[in-house]
Design a protein around this ligand. Structure first.
Ligand SMILES: Nc1ncnc2c1ncn2[C@@H]1O[C@H](COP(=O)(O)OP(=O)(O)OP(=O)(O)O)[C@@H](O)[C@H]1O
Ligand SMILES: [Mg+2]
Length: 271
């Protein structure tokens, strides 16, 4: 794995050389349950995507702005995320560099907390037109979604090429997964693009062992990734960097690398 250790200081978006004919792949990281490793997954796979040579954009849709915080990026007062929906700001004005090669971010802020209210009544084509604009520059778009079952979530689930559902191997997580699949079925969203990712797996816990072993039967799908419980992931908050940058040999880095390889091979190739 080529690890981009050198971080550039300025926050201007990078100048990417993407051939216009390459289609952009959109990966949403979602679960309506909170605290299940969505942001950690979105940040690390976006970074690994950029390392693999793809011009990559991470779009932070969560008003908690955790992904933006990990990259030490924030919106200025003039450039609040909500202005995009009200057409008071062009999409390009929200894009910032992360300091890592080939990796940009659209940060979030508290104004995103009303994004669902603001989206209601806005045509579904709006998200599509943003994605089509971004596809001129980026090969991969990673969306870090808030833990809500909302208008925004539905539109993202519809538009994405792959939806990673991160979950801790417990009864409640599997129940939530079932709710997500039911909701997608109701809305006629293709379930084939749904990929479970087990996170925070603690092999000392028998319940985690049991669920990890039996999840194919329980979920009807083999998870596309298995991320162990590992204190290095928590240190992302201390270093405010993606995990592979400061802990390249961590078992969790390896797990995210395997996840990214699987996403490329299984989730993105089929579409
Ligand atoms: N594999 C892991 N091992 C240990 N801790 C982890 C792991 N993955 C995530 N965490 C920690 O768990 C907490 C929640 O993770 P994260 O913020 O990624 O979840 P989330 O689903 O995005 O939460 P929210 O729904 O609030 O947005 C964080 O403190 C993070 O550092
Ligand atoms: Mg999050």
């Amino acid at each position: 794995m080529e690890v981009l250790r050198q971080r550039r200081s300025p926050k201007a978006p990078a100048d990417h050389n993407k051939a216009p004919s390459d289609f952009m792949k959109t990966i949403a990281v979602y679960n309506l349950k909170g605290g299940v490793g969505k942001t950690a997954t979105a940040v690390n796979i976006a970074y690994l995507s950029a390392c693999s040579g793809q011009p990559t954009l991470l779009w932070d849709f969560d008003a908690q702005a955790a992904a933006s915080w990990y990259f030490q990026v924030e919106n200025s007062k003039r450039k609040k995320a909500s202005k995009l929906i009200k057409d008071k700001l062009a999409l390009g004005e929200l894009i910032q560099g992360t300091g890592y090669d080939r990796l940009d971010i659209i940060p979030s802020d508290m104004s995103n907390r009303n994004i669902d209210v603001n989206l209601t009544g806005v045509s579904g084509g709006k998200l599509d037109s943003w994605l089509s604009m971004l596809s001129e520059t980026y090969g991969v778009l990673v969306l870090d979604c808030p833990p809500t079952l909302s208008e925004l979530a539905l539109r993202i689930l519809k538009a994405a090429d792959a939806v990673l559902i991160t979950m801790i191997p417990t009864h409640l997580s599997f129940e939530t997964y079932r709710h997500v699949t039911e909701m997608m079925e109701q809305k006629k969203i293709d379930l084939a693009k749904l990929y479970p990712v087990l996170t925070m797996i603690d092999r000392r816990k028998s319940i985690h062992q049991e669920f990890t072993a039996s999840c194919k039967k329980t979920l009807g799908k083999t998870p596309i990734g298995f991320v162990p419980y590992c204190s290095d992931v928590e240190k992302m908050g201390e270093f405010r960097e993606p995990l592979p940058v400061f802990a390249p040999r961590s078992p969790a880095t390896l797990a995210y690398q395997l996840l990214w390889d699987n996403i490329r091979k299984k989730a993105l190739r089929r579409r």
